[in-house]
Ligand binder design. Structure first.
Ligand SMILES: Cc1ncc(COP(=O)(O)O)c(C=O)c1O
Length: 355
């Protein structure tokens, strides 16, 4: 047992790597040798431990299972051509995690546990970072309520964990998206801006209906008028209209402030596009499509980086795109991948070295 900066490290006796293949890596299916676990009790964080990846023993009365105090994050680690490991913008996810925690009446996780713990865990399992283009190590920090009592009130105890999953490309194919007008993901005053587990449970049914209609996901619209677009599945959405990159703003608190969104907007600005963060209506999108100025539409997110749309359907109106002809989003995607994999300068200081 090794104790460093308050984190106890218990290493696995054997790595699972010796009979593991990096050939087919469906998202979130395989996990590395270790995980981090910490407990919050009586107002303080304790038992911070990196240990072999293993099941948890939980009570059936566990508060998180009944009333949904559960939040998470999604971050990626990459390897550069010299083999060094880097994590992409983890500080931004750390901040967002504690914003989610506050909204869900959960305690903040200290930086020493979230950031230091993550770095130590990734350093320990760094052989699990795939050495292939478009591949990475997905980092999943999460926290949930652990009071063993059925009662609607904030839990007094919590668990924070980090697990790691080697991963390949997510949505490799251009997507067909359906503009949702009946169901709602988030309303002003709700929890749309938080990465709370309940947000994801709530969208499974409408997403499944969209799939039955032959679509990959839905594009959410505002809860009041179903007129302004919000986001797609686990992605923010960007429209390239003429020389402008337009994306919904964060003011109404109904969409997640994506780290990829911010990175893509930064690169689009550097590439000379005018970036507008503001409400964007479906009518504006259709008008631009009809006028021939809607050049590209894509989703941005940690899992997929950038996913182009080949079809966007609103009621019976279908907007189709020949994504093979697109140049802007592939250019931004390659640029971001090159920064992450160390082939281009990291001038914004996004890559945090591990170890
Ligand atoms: C609802 C939602 N919107 C947007 C995003 C994109 O955010 P990020 O770029 O930080 O991954 C995600 C994924 O994390 C998400 O779950």
């Amino acid at each position: 047992m090794v104790v460093t900066t308050g984190i106890t490290v218990n290493k696995a006796e054997q790595s699972k790597l010796h009979d593991f293949s990096f050939e087919h890596l469906p998202f979130g299916k395989y996990f590395t040798d270790h995980m981090l676990e910490a407990d919050y009790e009586n107002g303080e964080w304790k038992n911070v431990e990196i240990k072999p990846y293993q099941p948890l023993l939980l009570s059936p009365s566990l508060a998180a299972l009944h009333y949904g105090q559960a939040i998470f994050e999604g971050i990626k680690a990459y390897r550069d051509k010299e083999g060094h490991a880097y994590i992409f913008r983890p500080q931004d996810n750390y901040k967002r995690f504690n914003i989610s925690a506050e909204r869900m009446a959960m305690p903040p996780v200290p930086e020493e546990i979230f950031m230091e713990g993550m770095k130590q865990l990734v350093a320990l399992d760094n052989n699990w970072i795939p050495n292939k283009e478009d591949h990475s190590l997905y980092i999943r920090p999460f926290m949930f309520a652990t009071d063993e009592m059925i009662g609607v009130r904030p839990s007094e105890s919590y668990k924070f964990l980090i697990i790691l999953s080697p991963t390949g490309p997510y949505y490799a194919e251009p997507m067909r998206i359906y503009v949702e007008e009946k169901y709602v993901r988030a309303a002003p005053g709700g929890i749309g801006f938080a990465k709370a587990a309940g947000n994801y449970g709530a969208v499974l049914y409408p997403s499944a209906l969209a799939k039955q209609k032959g679509y990959d996901q839905v594009l959410w619209t505002d809860a009041v008028e179903h007129k302004y677009v919000q986001e797609i599945g686990t992605m923010n959405v960007v429209f390239i209209i003429g020389n402008k990159a337009i994306t919904p703003d964060l003011a109404s608190g109904t969409i997640l402030a994506g780290v990829t969104r911010d990175s893509v907007l930064t690169l689009l600005k550097e590439a000379g596009f005018t970036v507008e963060e503001r409400p964007i209506s479906i009518d504006e999108i259709i008008d631009a499509y009809k006028a021939g100025t809607l050049r590209e539409v894509f989703g941005t997110g940690t899992a997929a980086t950038i996913s182009p749309l080949k079809e966007l359907r609103y009621k019976d109106f279908i907007m189709s795109f020949d994504t093979d002809q697109w140049e802007i989003s592939p250019m931004i995607k390659n640029w971001l991948t090159d920064i992450r994999e160390g082939r281009r300068e990291d001038k914004y200081g996004w890559m945090v070295k591990v170890g």
